[in-house]
Design a protein around this ligand. Structure first.
Ligand SMILES: *Cc1c(COP(=O)(O)O)cnc(C)c1O
Length: 229
């Protein structure tokens, strides 16, 4: 289960460096979030041994048990799955960065819970660019008001945007979605005066295209851990 992880981590790192070089970016601007959902603590420990320090989880309860099992290691955890308000308390306790803020209601709840710890919770606004009703995320039209409201909350800090494009076999088809997320970020920064340095976009199948369009956080599972069980 942990077999091959060091080699795959090296290969992913090389691909990130090559993608950055191809578009003239500094590879240090691109941080790798290793998506460990469904994988046990031993797999995460092997990836850490291979040099990774930031892990992404989709489900708060799964993450809680894994984080507890790995408490001895200096790991950082990001929530990349949809967050329900009733799981926000645990999420604020566990995660350094929540990629999936998508409503004012959730922003207020995270702020309230973060104030009690106390901490300032870093978040990204998840944007749904495909207009699919089934996908979570705020629509581009909703984002300015959500950003304005979130930026008034003192225990929440919005660092940027995240998106999941529809799945395509050809990653070049995902690229316009990445470009749109960056353009939305640029416009929001201009209109609000709030710095939004982070763009969380790109997974195993399309991270090179995302890097070409400005990704600063790539969320990669399969290319590191193999096909999920
Ligand atoms: C599972 C998941 C990933 C990782 O997907 P891979 O294709 O395995 O790299 C990235 N982002 C999100 C939001 C996910 O749910």
């Amino acid at each position: 289960m942990t077999e091959g992880i060091p080699e795959r981590v090296r290969a992913v790192r090389r691909r990130i460096e090559a993608a950055a070089a191809a578009c003239g970016r500094d590879p240090a601007e691109i941080r790798l979030v290793a998506v460990s959902k469904t994988w046990p603590p031993q797999a995460v420990a092997a990836a850490h041994e291979a040099g990774l320090g930031v892990f992404g989880e989709n489900y708060v309860q799964e993450a809680r048990d894994k984080i507890a099992a790995l408490a001895a290691l200096p790991l950082r955890w990001h929530l990349i799955g949809h967050l329900q308000t009733n799981k926000a308390k645990l999420a604020v306790q566990l995660f350094d960065l929540i990629h999936t803020l998508d409503s004012v209601r959730l922003a207020r709840e995270i702020d309230r819970l973060a104030a009690r710890l106390p901490k300032v919770q870093d978040v990204l606004i998840q944007v749904s660019l495909a207009g699919e009703e089934t996908k979570s995320g705020a629509s581009p039209a909703e984002v300015p008001a959500l950003l304005a409201e979130a930026s008034r909350l003192s225990h929440l800090r919005v660092l940027g945007l995240m998106t999941i494009p529809p799945y395509f076999d050809d990653p070049e088809r995902a690229r316009p979605y990445f470009a749109r997320l960056r353009a939305l970020r640029d416009r929001l920064e201009e209109e609000s005066g709030i710095a939004l340095p982070e763009l969380s976009m790109g997974m195993t199948g399309d991270f090179e295209a995302a890097i070409a369009e400005g990704a600063t956080l790539v969320r990669i599972g399969t290319a590191i851990f193999g096909n999920r069980p």
